[in-house]
Design a protein around this ligand. Structure first.
Ligand SMILES: [Zn+2]
Length: 93
């Protein structure tokens, strides 16, 4: 079983990480630049919320109460979605 528990693993397996402010009425959030985060914390640093939370602060309201959402990279999903189309094109030739 593959363990995706480090920043390096997120990059390797093309995951997207976004961070969101939990402060009332703030709603700030955005995608985390994993390459920049890896340069700062190291690729071996844990990527669970408990590992990352202390390194983040909301840029809008200053709150440290943030949450994370991990998702497969939309770029790689687009590549998978377009794969059958490429196969069809190859068959036509
Ligand atoms: Zn905020």
């Amino acid at each position: 079983m593959i363990r995706i528990d480090t920043i390096g693993a997120l990059i390797e397996y093309r995951y997207d990480l976004s961070v969101h402010c939990h402060a009332w009425d703030c709603r700030n959030g955005g995608r985390v630049d994993l390459e920049a985060l890896a340069l700062r914390l190291g690729k071996g640093h844990g990527c669970l919320a408990k590992d990352l939370k202390r390194h983040f602060r909301c840029s809008k309201c200053g709150s440290r109460d943030v949450g994370f959402i991990l998702s497969p990279c939309t770029n790689s999903l687009a590549a998978i979605a377009s794969a059958p189309m490429q196969e069809l094109r190859t068959v036509k030739r």
